[in-house]
Design a protein around this ligand. Sequence first.
Ligand SMILES: C[S@@+](CC[C@H](N)C(=O)[O-])C[C@H]1O[C@@H](n2cnc3c(N)ncnc32)[C@H](O)[C@@H]1O
Length: 367
Amino acid sequence: MNRTPATAADVLGVPLLPPGPLTALGNRIRGVLGRLHGAMAPPPARILEGLFGMLEHRVLVALCQAGVPEALTGPMAVPPLARRLGADPVRLERLLRHAATNGWVRLDRHGRVRPTRLTAFLRSDHPGGWRAWVEFAGGQEIVAAVGALSVDAEPTDTFAAVNGAPFFDWMAQHPDRWSTFDRAMGAGGRMHALTLAAALDWSEDRRVCDVGGGTGELLSTLLDLVPSLEGTLLDLPEVVARAVPHPRLQTRGGDAFAHVPGGFDTYLLVNVLHDWDDAHTVRILTRVARATGSSGRVVVVESGYTAVPRDTLAVSADLLMATLTSGGRERGTEEFIELGHAAGLRHERVVRLASGDLAHVFHPAER
Ligand SMILES: C[S@@+](CC[C@H](N)C(=O)[O-])C[C@H]1O[C@@H](n2cnc3c(N)ncnc32)[C@H](O)[C@@H]1O
């Protein structure tokens, strides 16, 4: 079996993975420029821009649903593009004009549409796989749940109130949507594998367990990058049944709240704890701490939480958790130290990854 190794160009659109602190600096600069951009507009323009933000999501989803990224292989006038897509040329042009303001495509002065590097990333055959995120976030169940977000104390589970069941139960009832969700997680997984392979020392490790590892894109990519490793994927049985094959990857279908297998050098929890409230988080971490025994490490990767909201992706991830889960959220380092302590883990350090996410490294408390 030939696997094409994931590259920084494929998953992040950069020739080389930057050091984590450089990504953080870049995000800070983007934040400053964004605030400057905002401060230059009069308040009514800001209000309208904020409200019209809902169109950004729709335009992106609609253009992907129409197949624009695949059809736009080079500069094209709108009418032939519309013919290729079977679309209405006037409507298509209006959506493309909006898309061009965001860089999804470019419109030149002759009225031709041109692909940009973002268009390439949106193609369904792009090796980064990020198109799956458009398909996941464009789902009616997600749009409806986001539309119900409010400051009310009830319901505590917005997704369940709107869609009739908590997120993972609903997904189990809708296998097509669940596999779309898995594919979206897989895109992030490949990125996380690249950043984790670069940021952590794997030389002492032989066996790694990815807890809540989805269909194993992260683990398979990590195994490609660190050939001395063997991996075990732990996720719900229905999810591991769809796992990607890899000669050094084993799967374990099960409930991480009930059992986490022992004997691994590293346990990964990537974007898993932010799905759960503190009580559930301590339960999973306790299972992992017991499985870790007296040696090994536990690596928790999430966007993070800072008192002053700076990173727009991290803040959005937190709000998405508020929408999709009951009590899930992004957490800061102090909270991870406390939750780890409650589960029998000692927080050793936090490593900033090239993606901008944070890796919290824990060890068994008594070591
Ligand atoms: C947000 S996804 C993260 C997936 C993957 N770690 C990544 O970063 O791409 C959370 C994962 O937790 C899994 N999960 C949910 N409940 C679980 C449980 N009780 N036991 C094991 N895995 C569970 C889901 O199936 C899903 O794959």
